[in-house]
Design a protein around this ligand. Structure first.
Ligand SMILES: NC(=O)C1=CN([C@@H]2O[C@H](COP(=O)(O)OP(=O)(O)OC[C@H]3O[C@@H](n4cnc5c(N)ncnc54)[C@H](O)[C@@H]3O)[C@@H](O)[C@H]2O)C=CC1
Ligand SMILES: CC(=O)C(=O)O
Ligand SMILES: [Mg+2]
Length: 370
């Protein structure tokens, strides 16, 4: 199969859909791979490395969209990219269609098959192709939080681990799922005092078994959070109610009860944020202050560590990419119901129930296209 990977064009998006190692997996299986020139240059994947893995380097995205049967990307296609897609092509990338009707309509119009990373499932539960980015964001949340606690960032001048003779910082993690778990791991590693709040007692039990006495676990109620936030130096917002907007766990009124210069990091900002005073920020200007409390609310945290994120994403996506290339998209979708859950658009129709519902668009079952 002819597989193509264009350079990402979203602002400050430096990740790339295929690493040179992923290209090698495909070329060894007998597939032809086209990479747009400089697709990975920003994260030190040179065109020569891609050539060495067997790819051909092409000058323009137009050439890839014209010739490739399978297009592998990271971010949702921008409207000019949607316009280049056509019937008979398969797109494999993050789509996040529920919040983006113009893109959904453009993909429907193109006639392509679009498989969304974020709705592919697994036997183990959860969303395996979304997971690596939650891992990255969770781990990053502690380093950006530590930085925001420094004086120059407007923070209260507290070192997460303290030093012998001086107490460690008090870190609250709201939500102990994928990103919350990874945040707690980093905070524990830096010797902070860590408390994880969750509404799932099963999850709290797992966390308690894993961390032992290195973290406290607390059942998440409004009262417990209001009390604990008074002592917090750093609060990580890592909750998710699947399909819904994030619950506002820290209200504006509560900020006045907090210590001046404490820091809130809202990972859940892509679902609307879990602090009432959160508004999405960018890597160029990541923090702002409300009532003396520093807020960090970057909606695409993994983009800051694009090299790590690209490897983490490819580790999860490449088995599917190779299967789609080996079997053809229809057979691959037929053989794997988890990949089939990823199908969002086919042949001019929305094929995912939740997406259709969120957009108020008509749908046809994925099964009818394979
Ligand atoms: N800002 C960014 O760059 C990124 C943001 N995210 C976002 O981070 C959020 C979290 O994602 P994951 O960790 O993968 O989710 P997850 O589903 O693994 O974990 C969420 C946890 O929140 C818990 N929860 C739900 N309601 C709660 C409440 N009221 N109080 C306490 N806990 C509660 C759930 O029981 C669950 O354990 C999502 O919105 C995701 O889209 C993910 C990656 C990057
Ligand atoms: C999950 C997602 O959309 C991202 O990492 O950009
Ligand atoms: Mg190099």
């Amino acid at each position: 199969m002819r597989v193509g990977c264009p350079k990402e064009i979203k602002t400050r998006e430096y990740r790339v859909g295929l690493t040179p190692d992923s290209v090698l997996e495909l070329t060894r299986a007998g597939h032809e791979v086209m990479i747009e020139t400089n697709a990975g240059t920003a994260i030190d994947f040179t065109d020569d490395e891609y050539r060495a893995a067997g790819a051909s380097i092409v000058d323009t995205p137009e050439e890839i969209f014209e010739k490739a049967e399978l297009i592998v990307k990271v971010k949702e296609p921008q409207l000019n990219e949607c316009a280049m897609l056509s019937e008979g092509q398969t797109l494999f990338t993050y789509l996040h269609l529920a919040a983006d009707k113009p893109q959904a309509e453009a993909l429907v119009k193109s006639g392509c098959m679009a498989i969304a990373y974020e709705t592919v499932t697994s036997d183990q539960g959860g969303l395996p192709l979304l997971k690596p980015m939650s891992e990255v964001a969770g781990r990053m949340s502690i380093q950006v939080g530590a930085n925001a606690l420094q004086m120059a960032s407007g923070g209260r001048g507290v070192l997460l681990g303290g030093v012998p003779g001086v107490s460690a910082a008090n870190v609250m993690v709201l939500g102990g799922g994928v990103s919350g778990f990874h945040a707690a791991q980093m905070a524990v590693g830096m010797h902070a005092d860590v408390t994880i709040f969750d509404r799932s007692l099963n999850r709290l039990e797992e966390l308690d078994n894993h961390f032992g006495n290195r973290v406290q676990t607390v059942y998440s109620t409004a009262g417990a959070i209001a009390e604990a936030v008074k002592d917090a130096d750093l609060v990580i917002g890592a909750v998710l109610v699947p399909g819904g907007s994030a619950p506002k766990l820290i209200t504006k009124d509560m900020l006045s009860t907090m210590k001046k210069g404490a820091v809130l990091v809202d990972i859940a900002i892509d679902q609307g944020g879990c602090f009432e005073t959160s508004k999405a920020t960018t890597h160029d200007n990541p923090t702002y202050e409300v009532d003396g409390i520093v807020h960090y609310c970057v909606a695409n945290m993994p983009g800051a560590v694009a090299r790590t994120s690209t490897f983490a994403l490819n580790n999860r996506t490449i088995p599917h990419v190779v299967n789609i290339a080996n079997m053809g998209p229809k057979k691959a979708l037929k053989a794997d119901r988890h990949l089939r859950n990823g199908l969002n658009v086919a042949d001019g129709w929305i094929t995912h129930e939740a997406v259709a519902e969120a957009l108020g668009m008509k749908m046809k079952e994925a099964e009818s296209f394979i």
